[in-house]
Design a protein around this ligand. Sequence first.
Ligand SMILES: Cc1ncc(COP(=O)(O)O)c(C=O)c1O
Length: 404
Amino acid sequence: MTTRRTFLAAAAAGTAFAGTTRTFRYSEIETRIARRDFRGITKEDLGTPALMVDRALLERNLSHMSGHCRDTGISLRAHCKIHKSVDIAQRQVALGSLGICCATIAECELMVGAGIRNVLHTCQPAGKNKIWRAVELAAQDPTFMVVADDPLTVDLLDQAAAARRIKMTLLPDIYAGLTRHGMAPGDPGVALAKRIDSSKNLRLGGLMAYSGVASHTHGWETRREQSRKDVTPMIETAAACRKAGLNTAILTGGSTGTYNIDGEIGLTELQAGSFVFMDTAYMKIGGKSDATRYGDFQPSLTVLTTVISRNHPNQATIDAGNKAMLRPTDQVKDRPDMVIENQGAEYGILRWKDGDELKLGQRLELYTSNLDMTTNCYDRYYVCDGENVVDVWPIMGRSGAVQR
Ligand SMILES: Cc1ncc(COP(=O)(O)O)c(C=O)c1O
C-alpha cells in the first residue's frame, strides 16, 4: 500500500506514480538490463517512445518463412536492413537462412564481425572507402559477397582485391524495375558477368534482380504479374550466361511481398526482410487468400508511447513525434479508429470520434509505416511476452552517421 511517507520517499527519488507501490528507478532497470536480469520488468517500467518486439509473433514469422522455403525448395538469405540486429540474424541463420543480406557496408561489417557467414551486400560499394571496406571483409571472410551494376566497380574491386592478395565473389545486379540500381538485362548483363568472370581476382557467384516495385503491388495476382515482368529478364540473362559457360548458381532477389511468387519465376533464393516485423504499408497489400489484408506475417514490432496531454475532447497528445518517425499512416494497436497526426519533433496527436477516452499517462502501441526508418532511430529492441520484458537486443549503432 502506498502511504504518504512511501509516496513522498518515492517522489524524492523521482519515481512516484499515484497508486504505484513499486518503485523501480530507471537507473536500476539499466543496471538490470546490463546484467541481463529481466525479472519483473514490464512495459510500464520503460521510458517512451521505445521499440517493442512481441516474441511469439516474431518467432511465428520466422518459422513461417523458413517453413515456406523448406516446403517449396527456394532458399532464404534474409535481409537485415529492417532489423540491423545480430540477435535476429542469428535466429534466422539457425532456422535455415543461408546467410544474411545487407544494404550498407556497415551492416556487412556488423554481421561478418559477429561471425555470420555468406553475407551478401545487395548495394554495390562505390568510392574508395566502401571498395576498401568490402575487400577487407572478403579478406576476413571468403564467403562474403557483393553485387555490382557497373564495370567500373568490377575493375576497382579487382584492383583492390589484387592489392590485398585475395579473390572475392561478385554478382551482377540486373535491373528489375527500380531505376535506382541495376545493369540492363540481356547483352549488357552478360557482358558484366563475363567481366567479373575474367577478372583475375574476382569470382562470379550468380546474379541478382530485386523488384522493389513488385514487392508492394496491391493484390496477389497483380503482384505475381509484376514480379514475373520485372524478374524474368534477369532469369533470361542468367540462361544466356549459362550458355556462355558462366556460373549462375545464385539467382537472388524477392521480398516479403513476393516470397510465395518468386520461386516459380526461377529465383533460387529470397532476400526478404520485412516479414520479421511487418509495417502498415505491407499489411495493406493483400495476400493470396485474403485480398484485404496481408496476413501471412504478423505485426510483431510496435512503438510504445505515452499519452502526455489530455485537454481537448476526442484528442490526446503522445510523446512520439517526428523524431520517432511518427507518420499519419501509422496505426494505433487495437484502436483502428484513431487518426494519427504529427505535431512536432516530440509530439504526436491522436484523434477519434467515438469510443474510450484515453487517460493521461496511458500507454499505447503504434504499428509503424516504414520499418527501416523506425528501427534506424532506436538503439535497442525490448523483447516482450505480453507485458513482460524478457530480453533486450541491441540495434546497430550509428556512430556519427545518420544511418549506417
Ligand atoms: C535490395 C533489397 N533486397 C531485399 C529487400 C527486402 O524487401 P522486403 O523488406 O520488402 O522483404 C529490400 C528492401 O528494401 C532491398 O532493398
